[in-house]
Design a protein around this ligand. Sequence first.
Ligand SMILES: [Zn+2]
Length: 477
Amino acid sequence: MADNKKLVSEITSMDEDFTQWYTDVCIKADLVSYSNIKGCMVIKPAGYAIWELIQKHLDARFKESGVQNAYLPMFIPESLLQKEKDHVEGFAPEVAWVTHGGLEELTERYCVRPTSETLFCDYYKGEIHSYKDLPQVLNQWCSVVRWEKETRPFLRSREFLWQEGHTAHATFEEAEERTQQMLEVYADFFENDMAIPVIRGQKTEKEKFAGAEATYTVEALMHDGRALQSATSHNFGDGFAKAFGIQYAGKDNQLHYVNQTSWGLTTRSIGAMIMVHGDNSGLVVPPKIAPVQVVVIPIQQKKEGVLDAAYDIAKSLSAFRVKTDDSDRTPGFKFAEHEMRGIPVRVEIGPKDLEAGKCVLVRRDTREKIECAIADVPTKVGELLDQIQKDMFERAKAHLEAHTFVAHNKDEFAEAFKETKGFVKAMWCGCRECEDKIKEEFNVTSRCIPFEQENISDTCVVCGQPAKKMVYWGRAY
Ligand SMILES: [Zn+2]
């Protein structure tokens, strides 16, 4: 067990230093490695396999709702980026430019896409002529570049992976419906597949996307009480259409501008999964997105029959993503490593178990050990994976509820952010000055105006004027 201790002792305790714990887990669970390219990271196979499962689950939901995938260029000519004023202002500070093609200086520089609204607009302008060409409901899986100053695995890097959906509709109402529909797709994905409860709501004017009429968001609470914006969905109205001249002939034979949306989820969602579910032994991956759901570990594997029994058990589990660890490392080392990697269930089988026709199942999330007849393993593992998925969600929900506070006035607001960490629900008058003041005084931002409103008090916690909305406030990643 000595090497077991050694491996685990190399991660910092999350209570001691959550930031360091996070980095340690990313590295020790073999999800990423820092690259020699400043600001960028390598997503290693164990990390990429999680992303592939996220893609699989999300893409299936997209297609069910009528989304088709496409792929647009990664370069945006400067003139195209500048067509929509708010949009270019929002992104200019973090855009990377291509100035040369081979040895030749370009007459017009290209930016590497930080997001692709302008490209989709340019494309849709050529595609959309009549109401019969609508709606357009496209998505692309790609990487984007934003020139960030600091790197944190999955949370912040100059290049990251995401999907970006872009749609065009005949009316504002249709665009609004799609915007909210996709937010619900994200919420459903987070809650059912990632086991992460989210708050659904709208961003304030200050926090909305550059160029959007309305931005909706799903916000999750990490283990350390900080918020993470987990996915967003934007209604652009006809703002981009007007800037790009995207018009269609309606049934009335008149020209109308289209109404557009965009919506995205990034590899940050892996960061959310780590920070919601992880513990001091490493990752805890929800079964639905676990690249390996069950690992079979033979104990005293040189003893006759043990290794074969382990292989047979793995074979009986072929309905799941299963792996047998038959390496010659000690069982203690294997336990610690697979715990670090967050594999939901491990099966231990040794000579004594084999004699009794039994084995031991161990849950990663609770460490509970369950004796099980070998013949019953497939059924029991299926039940356990379902139970773990549910329990992980319930635990995360309990954490979210226990770390959501209510502030009736400014003193309570200050108090809530002094001692404890989490979301604070408080009333707001709707004005930008009060939002700015909260940021200045408490270093806290509005996370969202939740769809589920409550009337906590009648006045804004900052200015005391009549309140318009209840807002979730928090410190965010
Ligand atoms: Zn106010």
